[in-house]
Structure formats: C-alpha cells, structure tokens
Write a protein that binds this ligand. Structure first.
Ligand code: FE2
Ligand code: FE2
Length: 338
C-alpha cells in the first residue's frame, strides 16, 4: 500500500479527498482497485499544503514511490548508521574551534560568508522561525552539505589511482559522510516537497559549490576540511536552535509530528522514540560527528597520515570513533591520534 503522509491536521473534505486519491493513483484505477493510496484522515488546507512548493501538481506527487522491481525484496543502505544512545545525543553541544593560522581564518571567513548568504536565501531570522522556514533551511543546508565529502572522496580516489599510492582509509569516511548528509536531505524531503524556486536555488548552489570545492580541494585539502568543520559547527547550532524552539513551544506542529519512515529505518529509531524531536537529536549528533571528523582531518598530514576513524589502536585509551563514545567537538590533535 502506498502511503502519503500529509501533515497539517485540517480535515480533507470528501470531495477533495477523492480528487487527491485520483491524482495519486492515476485515472485508470477504479473504485475497487487494490492499490489504494493512503491519504490518511488528515490533510492540509490548500494554503498551508504549500510547504514551499509553488505548484499544486508537485504537492500531490508521491514522495519517493517504490521502484517497479517485483523480484527485489530489499535494497540495503550502503553504510549502516552507527548506534547513538539517547544520553550520548543529549551531550552534544554547540562549540567553536578558534582559528589558529591563516588557512583557518580563510576557512572560517568563507563559512561566515556562506552563512550570511544562506540566511538571506532562506529568510532566516531567529525570532520568527516556523516549521516551514526551518524545513526550507534544512533542505537547503543538507543539499549543500552532501557535496564536500563526495568531492574530497572522489579526488582522493583519483589521486590514489593516478599516483599509485594507498589512501590510508580516508575515502570511505568521506563518502560515508556525504551519504549521511544525503540521508538527512531525503528525510526532510519526505516531510515537505520543494517547489520549482527551491529546486532552482539548490541547482545553482550545487553547481557553484561543487566546482568551488573541487578546485579548492586540489589547492588545499587541509583548508577544505577546516572549512567543513566550521560549516558543521553552524549545522549543530541550527539543529540545537530547532530543538530549543520545539521545547519552548514555538513549533507546535513539529511537537505533534512523527519521524518519517525513511528516518526510522535509517537510524533504527526505537519504538516510542520516533518523534520529530528525537529525529532532530539524531541529525544534530551526525552533524557534531562531521564537525569533529573534519576538524580532525584538518589537523593531519593529508598525504601520509592514516584516517583515525577507520583505524584500530593498540591501546584502550580514548581515540576517534564513528559513534559518540568519545566526543571532541574541536577535533583531535594530530599527536593525540597518530
Ligand atoms: Fe546534515
Ligand atoms: Fe553535516
């Protein structure tokens, strides 16, 4: 059964529900057709249904319809998400690593410029944020955040082949990061479908950002990791504010919203812990990990050091890990992990 979750609690009239069912299932389906779309008892009013979509047609499309592959039972995720405990996720904090040299200052200045642009593009004003505005911001943020890991992983992959040298475990962590960011994007997209204007902005931002990252990483990979570290500091800040606003009662709709199915499956969210608030804790914890990983990679010798997050250590002391057991928001110094 195909289900479309519509989130506003306003009830659909019988007439509009019928029209919606027809749009989703297609005109060829009769009244007794087995494939009924589950519109649910709740749907949005026409005005509020436009979660940042500008066209009626896009809203009524299925979110991620199942592919037509009757022989396939399941297509598993490439990287299983590491386990985070509730207590660990609650210890994540907003933090900032002070720039220590000129490349750090360049990286931090670039992030400030990007943040300024993002604030304008998404209409950010901390006192006036709504669920809709936060969703726009999250979609935009996540569509950009998935780029650096892929660019860095790709360039290191090509570098390894071209120079016939080992990469020492960096590529997988970088690709896994971009995969994780794409999952964040898909999660928010399952909650709201962007319209043409948003898609255009994402397209433009990706075109510019991919190329900027590509050339920057060729010139100074260390600065790029530092840049991503600072970018992730902003991501942690954004999700922390979302949690705070939710707890302060400023986001009443999210207070009643459950995490979408894609998120429940990806994070293996336990029963009874699948609210929007729980989901924000998971995503914020991911961002804190990206912050730590990239600040750490920015502290290492790019050509020779092994990736600490893909390494096993000889002793039992705290070391960099994929999960949240030992957190270092400002990254691990080289002497502590190499
Ligand atoms: Fe993200
Ligand atoms: Fe991130």
């Amino acid at each position: 059964m195909n289900c479309t979750r519509l989130s506003n609690p306003a009830l659909l009239s019988k007439q509009s529900a019928t029209a919606l069912l027809k749009t989703i299932n297609g005109p060829a389906l009769g009244a007794n057709a087995p494939k009924l779309a589950c519109v649910g008892l709740h749907a949005q009013s026409i005005a509020s249904r436009r979660d940042f979509s500008s066209s009626q047609r896009t809203q009524l499309k299925m979110f991620f319809p199942k592919p037509n592959a009757p022989n396939i039972k399941i297509t598993k995720a490439a990287w299983a998400h590491p386990d985070y405990s509730e207590d660990q996720m609650k210890t994540v904090t907003v933090d900032h690593r002070q720039p220590r040299d000129f490349p750090d200052r360049v990286a931090f200045a670039m992030v400030r410029v990007m943040r300024f642009g993002l604030d304008i593009a998404t209409g950010y004003s901390h006192d006036k944020m709504t669920e809709r505005k936060y969703t726009i911001r999250n979609v935009f943020l996540e569509s950009v955040a998935g780029v650096p890991g892929m660019v860095a992983g790709m360039l290191r992959h090509l570098n390894s082949m071209r120079r016939m040298k080992r990469d020492n475990g960096w590529i997988e962590t970088l690709l896994e990061e971009s995969y994780n960011e794409r999952m964040h994007l898909l999660i928010f997209l399952q909650m709201a479908k962007p319209g043409w204007f948003m898609r255009l902005m994402v397209l433009g931002a990706q075109g510019v950002f991919f190329n900027a990252m590509f050339f920057s990483y060729l010139i100074s990979p260390r600065t790029c990791h530092r840049f991503v570290g600072y970018l992730e500091e902003e991501a942690v800040l954004t999700y922390t504010r979302e949690i705070e606003d939710l707890d302060a009662g400023k986001l009443p709709h999210w207070a009643k919203t459950q995490a979408p199915e894609i998120a429940v499956n990806y994070y293996q969210m336990p029963e009874g812990k699948r609210s929007m608030r729980d989901l924000l804790f998971y995503i914020r914890a991911d961002e804190s990990k990206h912050r730590e990983v990239n600040h750490t990679l920015g502290n290492l010798k790019q050509d020779e050091d092994p990736n600490p997050y893909a390494s096993e250590y000889k002793d039992d002391k705290p070391h960099p890990r994929k999960d949240l057991k030992w957190q270092k928001p400002q990254g691990w110094d080289r002497e502590d992990c190499i």
